[in-house]
Design a protein around this ligand. Structure first.
Ligand SMILES: Cc1ncc(COP(=O)(O)O)c(C=O)c1O
Length: 414
């Protein structure tokens, strides 16, 4: 047997740091691409914020309101630093990736895209980075084109180059695919967009939690991410975009905080980032996300990536031993912490219920990537996804549960 298989892979972060996992020692949580479990430091940060600093920020002159304002600003600074963004005010807090891309597709898209223009996405996009652009194309009369994938599950860069013509206004693509795990060559795709004068929009939902993204160095015009996939709370994430892009864009929502002056007949807008953050902000979420990135920083993002690669390699080797199992996507070097597969003719929904009976939590379905499922020729897949608290015993439990599922389902129904 391969020595690495024999040695196994240890968790990078102790389970005891994660109250939900510590309270469920038999659980094998393999659905971190959907959302991650939260470390105690994040839960504590939320409680401390409400116990010590809670007030509406930006709106009061009293000390407590100033404390909430400081907490919110400090969280932005820390998250921007973690993501490699120097111009902190170009990080707009949103509810997550979905809201970030909708913001851009609406506020940037409507004034900048028209009939005769082209929008290019890839076949592997999550609906959050597909539907807003498709709908923008339908609303404006622009042409919507999809760059296809190679048999290995990577973007066909030659085809993409050919599709990105001088009339292309947007090239929208995932940094890491949630359904295949493919890590895309972001700088190269951004360069293709730039040569055509198109806006490059990178969906970083599956990248920010797992890689040292260094957004400033990627060369993209916009990058979206979700806090809940990187140990933070739900309901917080962000859009990072070049300052010129954000300054030229009209606001997305109107209301409190985003204005400079409201006249009876006209209004002027606040500076970045407030122009795009109408209403009472999610201070709690920002503070929780700050604690999450501090936790990731303490682990070290290089080690997060190494751990994940080792675990994915281990998982792919062990799953290759299972009969009637078909995996999708590239090898471990070009893959994030995701393994999608079909198995023994069992529908993924049935399979995930059978695995759940053995304490193995995996996702089943189209993974919000129906255009990709059509290209793969399957209605759905089963997806195991890994994070810092997983180790090879989780993979072993998955493999054992698959064997038992076959006995119960395939043999049992003969
Ligand atoms: C690649 C990708 N993009 C976008 C999203 C949407 O993220 P959210 O639901 O946090 O807005 C997800 C969530 O699964 C994703 O994996």
């Amino acid at each position: 047997m391969n020595p690495q298989l024999l040695a196994g892979v240890r968790a990078l972060a102790p389970r005891t740091d994660f109250p939900l996992l510590a309270g469920n020692p038999e659980m094998h949580y393999l659905d971190s691409a959907a959302t991650t479990q939260k470390p105690r430091t994040v839960l504590d940060a939320l409680r401390v914020y409400y116990q010590q600093n809670n007030a509406n920020p930006h709106r009061g002159a009293y000390a407590l309101s100033a404390a909430a304002t400081d907490a919110y600003r400090d969280a932005r600074d820390r998250v921007a630093w973690f993501l490699g963004v120097e111009d902190t005010d170009t990080l707009i807090f949103t509810r997550g990736t979905t809201e970030a891309i909708n913001l851009l597709a609406t506020a940037w898209g409507r004034p900048n895209v028209q009939s005769g223009d082209r929008i290019v996405v890839t076949r592997m996009e999550h609906h959050a980075n597909f539907v807003p652009w498709q709908q923008l194309a339908l609303a404006t009369g622009a042409e919507f084109r999809i760059a296809e994938l190679t048999p290995a599950g990577e973007v066909d860069l030659d085809q993409l180059r050919a599709l990105v013509t001088p009339n292309t206004k947007v090239v929208a693509f995932a940094h890491v695919s949630n359904a295949l795990g493919t890590i895309n060559p972001v700088e190269e795709i951004a360069a293709i967009a730039r040569r055509a004068g198109a806006l490059s929009v990178c969906d970083g939902a599956q990248a920010a939690p797992h890689l040292t993204v260094g957004i400033d160095r990627l060369g993209v015009d916009a990058f979206a991410f979700s806090g809940h996939k990187m140990l933070g709370p739900m309901g917080i994430g962000g859009l990072v975009a070049r300052r010129e892009v954000l300054e030229a864009m009209p606001p997305y929502q109107m209301g409190g905080d985003m204005i400079a002056f409201v006249g009876d007949t006209a209004t002027s807008w606040n500076v970045l980032p407030h122009k795009f953050e109408a209403g009472t902000p999610n201070v709690e979420g920002a503070v929780g996300l700050e604690a999450a990135v501090s936790y990731l920083q303490s682990l070290g993002m290089e080690r997060v990536r190494e751990h994940e690669q080792a675990l994915v390699r281990y998982a792919m080797e062990r799953l290759a031993e299972v009969d009637d199992l078909r995996m999708f996507g590239p090898g471990p070097e070009k893959r994030g912490g995701v393994v999608s597969f079909t198995f023994a003719g069992i529908h993924p929904h049935d399979l995930s219920q059978l695995l759940d009976a053995d304490g193995v939590c995996v996702r089943a379905g189209h993974h919000c990537a129906q255009p990709l499922m059509r290209a793969l020729g399957v209605p759905a897949t089963t997806r195991a996804s890994f994070y810092v608290y997983n180790d090879s015993s989780d993979v072993d439990a998955l493999v054992d549960a698959l064997q038992r599922a076959r006995e119960r389902f395939v043999v049992g129904t003969r």
